[in-house]
Design a protein around this ligand. Structure first.
Ligand SMILES: [Zn+2]
Length: 266
């Protein structure tokens, strides 16, 4: 398996949403692919379920001050990547649970931005392939995102008050699960690896050895790039709900400039 070279994944959403637990997850996660898609004309939106208010070592620190600092760091990183905007759901760091209120918040975000694709963690990962534990907030955010995408966002009878508020059901067509133990597509991020590092640099409160961290991130990107014969890549576990007939791998590029900003009605 390791000696097989896959092809770079070339499908691109017109609109995508990244849903993560903490500020900095999106930049350790899909910042390379997000930057590449945005450069190619996609619109992206970032949702952080918590503001990272437990991301420190000092029990006497004011968590609200830390949350404010980390939101500003994430906004700076989001500008580097080029997202249209960031939503903070202000759930408590370390206590995130995939419950109905969180799912409703995510459905509201999805029905508002109407992404074709959602990028989030792989909720099935408790232990990473490398041996580390997948943080409880990462798992909760990922599971809530998956449950919000399917079936809640697309079911008019799920959270019907949202429909009555002008947010009708929306069909997300694809899920890209990051940090998976079973990636099956690799997106070429050779052109945006530097931008991912720049985005990561924004998270100063979390970087005690920035150059060491960046070196490990670059090493990981290169390892994944080797899977598809490029200098750098990010791997994802892909879930396709709806493969439209016109969705050849190149359709987004072909239709660039001809399509409306809003996804097709269905
Ligand atoms: Zn995190």
């Amino acid at each position: 398996m390791a000696d097989e070279t896959a092809s770079p994944h070339s499908w691109r959403p017109r609109r995508f949403m990244v849903i993560v637990g903490h500020p900095d997850d999106a930049d350790f996660g899909p910042a390379g692919a997000a930057s590449a898609w945005i450069d190619a004309g996609s619109d992206g939106w970032l949702v952080c379920c918590t503001s990272g208010d437990a991301g420190g070592e000092d029990p006497d620190a004011d968590p609200l001050l830390l949350a404010r600092a980390r939101e500003e760091e994430q906004r700076q990183a989001a500008r580097v990547v080029g997202y249209k905007g960031v939503s903070f759901l202000h759930q408590p760091d370390g206590y995130l649970v995939n419950d109905v209120p969180l799912r409703e918040m995510l459905v509201r975000e999805i029905r508002t931005f109407k992404p074709d694709a959602v990028l989030t963690g792989d909720p099935e990962v408790v232990i990473h392939g490398g041996g580390g534990i997948n943080h409880t907030d990462h798992r909760a955010a990922a599971m809530a995102a998956v449950d919000a995408v399917y079936p809640a966002a697309r079911n008019p009878m799920a959270f019907p008050w949202l429909t009555r508020q002008g947010l009708p059901a929306h069909h997300v067509r694809r899920l890209y699960l990051m940090w998976s133990n079973q990636p099956d597509v690799w997106i070429d991020v050779s052109a945006t690896a530097d931008r991912k590092i720049e985005a990561l640099r924004s998270h100063a409160s979390q970087l005690h050895d920035p150059e060491g961290v960046f070196a490990r991130v670059r090493e990981r990107l290169a390892e994944q790039g080797a899977r598809i014969g490029t200098a750098a890549a990010e791997g994802y576990r892909l879930v396709v709900f709806e493969q439209d007939p016109e969705d050849s791998e190149e359709s987004a590029e072909v239709e660039e400039g001809l399509t409306a900003q809003e996804p097709k009605a269905r």
